[in-house]
Design a protein around this ligand. Structure first.
Ligand SMILES: Cc1cc2nc3c(=O)[nH]c(=O)nc-3n(C[C@H](O)[C@H](O)[C@H](O)COP(=O)(O)O)c2cc1C
Length: 271
């Protein structure tokens, strides 16, 4: 992967980002739900304005009512205000958010009453991740509909899957649970960030057999990622971010193996 783009490629890539728009038929552009979904951006700058209790409760309720396999509700939501977050983690909520929710995949709870469930850790973990992530997205969109911005975090400030072991210790989580991400909520400050480079529909949708994506389109996307990252993170680069991920992913792989294939009744997944 090329780390530096020339000046003209950088400018061209930034123009592509800034002119990117959601593609929906004009006849649907006033649909309220679509408007909320398409307007959503990950926001990383928040005002010091608190989120009222009722609004935060409504966001959590949207998570509680999310769809899930066999209605098992394999999730736990650890909810915080800034004071509670500081008490546990010794620092403020990332990006000075007003509230935060750690989304936890939880196959421990239903096993309390459905103990005869077969121990199939990888499948159960995957289903837990699916369900909890849907709950996260429900909360994210509920917030957006209430004018509250958010960002989901997998590592920033040790807040997600890449620091799952640390979070598990901090929150005293039992086997069968895996913290996946933190959603930080707050009222956004300044203009919304532009839509980051999204791959065209033709590259990500399938009509028949799988086809590899067009290399030129993928290269153009990568150049936009490199240019966009440098523009929005002065002093950092997309490469540096990937390097950080790489170093954290290696450790997370070891930790997650332990957490997913935990010592179930003294046995293991093959028994
Ligand atoms: C599961 C998940 C984890 C994420 N982790 C981080 C993170 O650790 N730090 C961060 O700044 N953004 C994080 N993001 C936000 C993504 O960078 C963002 O969603 C992506 O760039 C697309 O931008 P958009 O949300 O504005 O469409 C995460 C998003 C998701 C869904």
């Amino acid at each position: 992967m090329k780390e530096q783009l020339g000046w003209s490629k950088t400018v061209r890539s930034l123009v592509k980002i800034l002119t990117g728009r959601p593609r929906i038929p004009t006849s649907l552009k006033d649909n309220e739900m679509l408007r909320v979904i398409l307007k959503r951006r990950s926001v990383r700058e928040f005002r010091a304005q608190p989120i009222p209790e009722a609004e935060f409760d409504a966001i959590l309720e949207a998570g509680r009512l999310a769809p899930c396999t066999v209605n098992l509700q394999s999730w736990t939501f650890a909810a915080f205000d800034a004071t509670q977050w500081r008490e546990i983690f010794g620092q403020g909520i990332p990006f000075s958010g007003s509230r935060a929710v750690i989304i936890i995949s939880d196959t421990f709870r239903y096993r309390q009453v459905i103990s005869e469930f077969p121990y199939c850790p990888l499948t159960e973990y995957t289903i837990g991740v699916m369900n909890a992530s849907l709950a996260a997205m429900n909360m994210n969109l509920a917030a957006e509909a209430l004018g509250i911005a958010s960002v989901m975090l997998s590592e920033t400030g040790r807040s997600g899957i890449l620091d799952a072991k640390y979070l598990k210790e901090k929150l005293g989580l039992p086997d069968g649970t895996v913290p996946l991400m933190t959603i930080v909520f707050g009222y956004g400050r300044g203009a919304r960030p532009p839509m980051p480079p999204k791959l065209p529909m033709e590259q990500i949708s399938l009509h028949g057999m799988y086809q590899p994506s067009d290399p030129d389109v993928m290269q153009s996307w990568l150049e936009q990622m490199i240019a966009g990252y440098s523009a929005s993170h002065p002093g950092s680069t997309f490469r540096k971010q990937l390097d950080l991920y790489e170093s954290k992913i290696r450790q997370a792989e070891v930790d997650l193996n332990e957490m997913v294939f935990y010592n179930h009744e003294g046995g293991n997944s093959t028994e």
